[in-house]
Design a protein around this ligand. Structure first.
Ligand SMILES: *Cc1c(COP(=O)(O)O)cnc(C)c1O
Length: 217
């Protein structure tokens, strides 16, 4: 696969499901990828990336932004509260607001800076014990809490359980967003982004299908 191949699959999925072209943002997930692969995608004009680790992003994106100009980078990995300050300075969006203590920290930082990245609440749609995210039953209340802190919550994010049919999880997330008046839906990865588009995804997070397999060695 390649960036161009994924873009054309994205366009085809939008057409197939009556979605406006341009209503789905493609986040190229560059975590752990060799720099030359990231540069190749930047050279093709892509300007929206996703990262999972604050330190890796700090080492990479200030240089790449200096070289390529404005690039949007979204944090899609778990965020430790003690890295929140660096994160709000580095990222244009954080997709993993998953607990009250992090929301409180982000609210304090937003107040102090007079600005905040776009925020997505991560929902543990499969209620998996080992997975981060707000439980579905708690999400409406958590959102109310975030709004009371003036946090700019744009939408919801989920990672369906491994090996499960993702469709019911995407449908659940879309329903929760709709009933709460949220427009953003961060869902869909290399293996299931077309299903996510069918269910209303506004942000798909695609890594290996663009860059090739990740080598964690
Ligand atoms: C790594 C990662 C992705 C990209 O996964 P691929 O299967 O390589 O597309 C998407 N979302 C999250 C939260 C990730 O951690």
């Amino acid at each position: 696969m390649s960036l161009a191949a994924i873009q054309s699959r994205l366009t085809a999925a939008c057409a197939a499901h009556g979605r406006a072209p341009g209503s789905v943002q493609l986040i190229a997930v560059s975590k752990v990828q060799p720099l030359d692969r990231v540069v190749a995608v930047l050279d093709q004009g892509h300007r929206l990336f996703g990262e999972n680790y604050v330190q890796e992003s700090q080492a990479k994106w200030p240089d790449l932004r200096a070289r390529f100009g404005p690039v949007q980078v979204h944090m899609i990995g778990p965020l430790q509260t003690n890295k929140a300050k660096v994160a709000v300075e580095l990222f244009d969006a954080i997709h993993t607001v998953d607990r009250p203590s992090l929301a409180e920290k982000l609210a304090k930082l937003a107040q102090a800076r007079g600005a905040s990245p776009q925020l997505f609440i991560q929902v543990n749609t499969g209620a998996e014990p080992q997975k981060a995210g707000i439980l579905p039953d708690d999400t409406d209340a958590f959102l109310t809490q975030c709004r009371a802190m003036d946090l700019p919550v744009q939408g919801l994010m989920c990672i369906p359980p491994e090996g499960a049919d993702p469709a019911p999880h995407f449908a659940m997330l879309a329903q929760m967003a709709a009933r709460n008046g949220l427009s953003g839906l961060s869902m869909g990865m290399s293996s299931d982004f077309e299903v996510a588009i069918a269910h209303g995804a506004t942000h798909i997070r695609v890594g290996s299908a663009i860059f090739g397999a990740r080598d964690y060695g």
